[in-house]
Write a protein that binds this ligand. Structure first.
Ligand code: HEM
Length: 440
């Protein structure tokens, strides 16, 4: 199908609908099309919360309540998928029909994010056979070594010139780690990075024609590369986790070629498109709140909790959504079968009913870990422990190595809506500390 028709049905018409709904004050539409909500979505989240635990909008239901978000994510009456359900007939049918099954999309089956049991159980069981707690923990020294090597490279920039920490560190650390996990050869990493960056807005709705075309190209190029990569691993498996997944014994549950490509593609993209934002936002928050950094310098055992607090305050994935399988009561409101509920993870994370003084960044917050940034229920993030480890090692090592680090002018936020983070974060490194550091 012509790309322009697919754009019109997937983004052009929904965008027009969103613009109208936003003008009428609809919260979900404002989050998608209002330029101001990209920089500050939190004021709108608070408005939604003030209107009730769950609010009926023009297109969907929406919630910023911690209790309700948690309930919807765990509730068996809700299912992932079916973005089209948010649109009126016949736009919903046209929207559904417009997806090209030959291009794998993170929000379309057979992506883990878009399937439910029995497929979800089978995919997740297979991935969990190789992506074990022990396998992730074994990566710790490799993550540390990757962080050290990247920071060594930065020293060459000198103590006074501005360095973009997103391009040189926050992106490169997760890419290096996930590329090792998935057996991506070092000379192909920058190519994969380009596809991943190009495909990142694929989670957003209402893309411009140019954005959609770039996303489409990136998804196709990524998919083609992935097909070749899997073929290569089948012929010559390495000691990486993807090689193990590709060559798992057939126990009747083996993933098909398309399922494998979707799963590996999601792991690869989820592995760096989200963690980059954790590292970028963490760096920015700590540099803007030096008293919090001082707390960690005085007691480095606080780093794991600081990472939870970064995840809470600047949720790298801002929202997700579920559709009601049957008419369901949610916080006293009846959500009819087929209706969609937008769950504002970032809104739940600043719910004052759970987090005292919720807009304050406090690395010692005792319940920071109650955030919902990794979602909940059966779709709970499969990479959460890896992301936490990368966040902890990545941030701690950066601040230990460059104790004089300061922000430089020119920080730019990413324009994506579902994913939140920094596109550019220029900083002056200052004099590096001697390389001696406590072992992890
Ligand atoms: C700070 C980093 C990360 C954040 C904030 C994050 C967040 C999330 C969220 C919110 C979901 C669920 C979406 C939903 O419920 O609809 C999810 C799912 C997932 N994440 Fe992550 N993620 C991160 C890092 C990672 C990493 C490093 C990996 C892999 C190496 C990963 C792999 C996945 C996978 C495979 C799923 C799908 C799980 C399923 O549907 O069963 N994520 N992630």
């Amino acid at each position: 199908m012509r790309t322009v028709v697919r754009w019109t049905l997937q983004h052009g018409l929904p965008r027009a609908l969103m613009l109208r709904a936003a003008r009428a004050g609809d919260a979900q539409a404002r989050l998608i099309v209002d330029p101001g909500t990209c920089d500050d979505p939190f004021t709108l989240h608070a408005e939604v919360r003030a209107r009730g635990p769950i609010v009926r909008g023009r297109l969907t239901y929406i919630t910023a309540s911690h209790d309700v978000v948690k309930d919807v994510l765990r509730n068996e009456d809700f299912r992932v998928g079916d973005i089209s359900a948010a649109f009126p007939w016949p736009l919903n049918l046209a929207h559904e029909w417009s997806f090209d099954p030959t291009v794998l999309h993170p929000l379309e089956p057979p992506s883990l994010l878009a399937v439910e049991p029995p497929e979800h159980t089978r995919y997740r069981r297979q991935v969990s056979r190789v992506f074990t707690v022990r396998a992730v923990e074994a990566l710790r020294p490799r993550i540390q070594a990757a962080a050290d090597a990247l920071l060594d490279d930065l020293v060459a920039a000198g103590p006074t010139s501005a360095v973009d920490l997103v391009a040189s560190y926050a992106t490169m650390l997760p890419v290096t780690v996930i590329a090792e996990i998935l057996g991506v050869p070092p000379d192909e990493r920058s190519e994969v990075l380009t596809y991943g960056g190009g495909a990142a807005p694929s989670l957003d709705l209402g893309l411009s024609w140019r954005e959609f075309r770039d996303v489409d190209r990136s998804l196709r190029a990524f998919d083609a590369w992935l097909g070749k990569h899997l073929q290569r691993l089948r012929q010559a498996p390495g000691d990486d986790l993807l090689s193990q997944l590709v060559t798992l014994d057939d126990d009747g549950e083996r993933l098909s070629e398309t399922e494998l490509r979707a799963t590996a593609g999601l792991l690869l993209a989820a592995g760096f498109e989200t963690t980059v934002n954790l590292l970028g936002s963490g760096t920015e928050l700590l540099l803007r709140n030096p008293e919090q950094l001082a707390v960690l310098r005085a007691d480095p055992s606080g780093w794991p909790n600081a990472v939870e607090e970064v995840l809470r305050v600047e949720s790298p994935v801002q929202l997700t959504a579920r559709s009601a399988l049957r008419t369901t009561e949610v916080a006293g409101m009846s959500v009819p079968a087929g209706q969609r509920v937008v769950a504002l993870l970032a809104g739940a994370n600043r719910d004052p009913a759970v987090f005292a003084d919720p807009n304050r960044f406090d690395v010692l917050r005792s319940n920071a870990k109650e955030h919902l940034s990794f979602s909940g229920g059966r779709h709970f993030c499969l990479g959460a422990s890896l992301a936490r480890m990368e966040g902890e090692i990545g941030l701690r090592t950066l601040f230990e190595r460059f104790p004089e680090l300061t922000l430089a002018p020119g920080a730019v936020r990413r324009r994506t809506r579902v994913l939140r983070g920094w596109e550019r974060l220029p900083a002056i490194l200052g004099e590096p500390a001697p390389k001696e550091r406590t072992p992890t």
